[in-house]
Every structure is written in structure tokens, then in C-alpha cells.
Ligand binder design. Structure first.
Ligand code: NAD
Length: 314
């Protein structure tokens, strides 16, 4: 099976590295010139739990993909705002039975993917793996994780396609899980990303520092209440109290509290645009669709966009 990963940043490199190390036939596609040059020259040079491991890998610039390349499994790991432009180019290296797996943070990707692929080809999910980048072609890969996924279409072929991906992931140590309640998990993760990402970026603090303030509590509770209301409108059962408690676990300095969320890394450290439109912005959009008021998510989205403009984020 030919596995093509489009978006070879931190996460695309992690999955590419682990799948290739397990003996899979993997190619990476990316639009960042320096990254593609590094991958083509030296392969992936991973800081893998503190050990440097070099893994040669097939890699292409998104504008110079081998016309012979055809993906049996396409894994998407661009940033959310790059997704649509990326999908417009994937026709060249996919076929009618290519499985397309999207593991981006945020919500609503299934609606975008349906415009480019048959429902039976689409697999959605989320992942607890993490990754960072120390430079082009140099991912920093620490810790453990898992991948929860579910076929969007209901045919037998769709179900077996998802199971095939899980088997491949498990052989590579990526810990795949077939998850019928995938939308619950996606919204649960959104409760964390929809609070910690935007607030820590605006306030320039880590999660433990945010949690130590009194005034944040009402904001976090309102953001989560709106997210849960949208989830319920989409028939995803979740409890507001449980989700608030889940978010508050992030404050613990002995677990992940000292961590700066990925949006902080993108915007404050690296001056890059954020995925806010697919996190809080997506909640505000769905609020309009369902007639549910989402003022906190709407306001947070606008504040992050204002900060992006002030910082000249690209
Ligand atoms: P990333 O920023 O590392 O890579 C995404 C794309 O941006 C790639 O095409 C990459 O080449 C490009 N890019 C990265 N740095 C760049 C730079 N300095 N200049 C120009 N282009 C650059 O993103 P990621 O962390 O791999 O995330 C991909 C998706 O996975 C996102 O939706 C993210 O929210 C999600 N996700 C990330 C993590 C994580 O720990 N990183 C965990 C779970 C989910």
C-alpha cells in the first residue's frame, strides 16, 4: 500500500517516520521549500525520544509531485487553513479508491473533504500523538499517543478500509483505535483547544499560569458551554460539567500545565497564522447555523485575528 502524507511538518513527519520505520512505502508532500529540500537531501532526522535517528524518505514539493505517484492511503497533516488549497491539488496523486484520513485539530473537516472525495473514501479522527519541529526535516518526537478513527461512509468497503488503516498503524506503534464515538472525542478535544489555545496565546501564558487566575474561570466556562451546546445540536451527547472538569485538568503543573499550547507556539513564538477559524470560529459559524448564541467563541476568534494582524503573522 502506498501511503502519501501531505503536510510534512511536525505531525506529518512523525507519522511518516514511524510508518517508514515499520517498513511501509511512504512518500511526503509539502509546500515549504526548505523543508522539502532537507527531506530530499537527508530524509527525516528525528529527535526520537532523545535519540537522533536518520530515516531516508521519498519527498516532493507540492508543485513538483511525480506524475506516477498514486496514494492508496492519503494522510492529511497540513494546518487547517491550508486544507482547501491542498485538496485542490490531491486529484493528481489519488484514485477512486484512495482512503483519505484527516487528523487535524478543530471541527468541520468532513464537510470540506466531501467536496473532493466520496464519503466511503473518507476517514476522520483525532490523535493524542504530539510533535514539534526543530528545523526543516527535523521533527522532535517525544512521548506516546494514539489515533482514534472512524470511516465516514457506512459501506462494508468503508469499514474495512478504516480497519486496514488501524492494522497498519498498530504495526507501526501508532496505536490505532476504531472509535464509533469519534465526534464525541473530536468535540472533547475541541473543548481543550477552544479554551487553552486562544486564551494562552492572547494572554501569553502557559496553562498552569492561566489556571492560577480567578478571572479566567468564567471565560473558560462560557467557552465550553457554547461548544457543548453546538455538540448537542449535532447529536453529540456531552456534559458541560464533565468538559469543564476535563479542561481544568490542563492546569496541573505536574502533568501538562507548564506546556504552552500549539497556537501559542505558532503565533507568539513563530509569528504564524493560527487555526482559530477551525476551532472557536467554527463554533461561531455553527452557532449561526443552529440559532445558538456563541458570543465568547466569536469574540475570541476576532481577538486572535486582531493579534495576528498586530503581529503581522504569516
Ligand atoms: P506544522 O506547522 O508543523 O506543519 C504544518 C505545515 O506547515 C507543513 O506543511 C509544514 O511544512 C508547514 N510549516 C511548518 N513550519 C513552517 C515554517 N516555519 N515555515 C513555513 N511552513 C512551515 O503543523 P503540525 O504541528 O504538524 O500540525 C498539523 C495538524 O495536526 C494541525 O491541524 C494541528 O493542529 C494538528 N495536531 C498537531 C499536534 C502537534 O503536537 N503538533 C498534535 C495533534 C494535532
Amino acid at each position: 500500500m502506498k501511503i502519501v502524507i501531505v503536510g510534512a511538518g511536525a505531525m506529518g513527519s512523525r507519522f511518516g517516520f514511524m510508518l517508514k520505520q515499520a517498513g511501509q512505502d511512504v512518500a511526503l508532500i509539502d509546500g515549504w521549500d526548505k523543508n522539502v529540500e532537507a527531506l530530499q537531501k537527508d530524509g527525516i532526522i528525528a529527535n526520537y525520544n532523545g535519540e537522533e535517528i536518520q530515516q531516508p524518505i521519498e519527498a516532493y514539493h507540492e508543485d513538483a509531485v511525480d506524475p506516477e505517484l498514486k496514494a492508496d492511503l492519503l494522510i492529511i497533516f497540513t494546518k487547517a487553513m491550508q486544507l482547501e488549497a491542498t485538496l485542490q491539488k490531491t486529484q493528481a496523486y489519488t484514485h477512486n479508491e484512495t482512503r483519505v484520513l484527516c487528523l487535524l485539530n478543530g471541527i468541520g473537516y468532513e464537510d470540506i473533504l466531501r467536496r473532493y472525495f466520496d464519503e466511503d473514501q473518507i476517514i476522520i479522527g483525532n490523535t493524542m500523538w504530539t510533535a514539534g519541529l526543530e528545523g526543516p526535516g527535523r521533527p522532535k518526537l517525544f512521548g506516546d499517543g494514539s489515533v482514534n478513527l472512524l470511516n465516514l461512509g457506512k459501506s462494508d468497503a468503508a469499514v474495512s478500509g478504516a480497519h486496514e488503516v488501524i492494522d497498519i498503524f498498530n504495526e507501526a506503534g501508532l496505536n490505532g483505535v476504531y472509535e464509533k464515538g469519534i465526534f464525541y472525542l473530536i468535540y472533547k478535544k475541541l473543548c481543550v483547544n477552544g479554551t487553552m489555545n486562544g486564551l494562552c496565546s492572547l494572554l501569553e501564558c502557559n496553562m498552569a499560569e492561566l489556571g492560577a487566575t480567578e478571572a479566567n474561570r468564567e471565560i473558560v466556562q462560557q467557552l465550553v458551554s457554547e461548544i457543548v451546546a453546538i455538540a448537542q445540536a449535532e447529536d453529540v451527547e456531552m456534559s458541560r460539567e464533565e468538559m469543564i472538569a476535563h479542561v481544568e485538568e490542563c492546569y496541573n503543573p505536574e502533568t501538562i500545565g507548564l506546556h504552552y499550547p500549539s497556537m501559542y507556539q505558532d503565533l507568539i513564538k513563530n509569528n504564524r497564522s493560527t487555526e482559530i477559524d477551525f476551532i472557536n470560529g467554527a463554533i461561531a459559524d455553527k452557532g449561526k447555523k443552529y440559532g445558538i448564541a456563541t458570543p465568547y467563541n466569536d469574540f475570541l476568534t476576532r481577538l486572535i485575528h486582531t493579534k495576528e494582524e498586530l503581529l503581522g503573522a504569516k
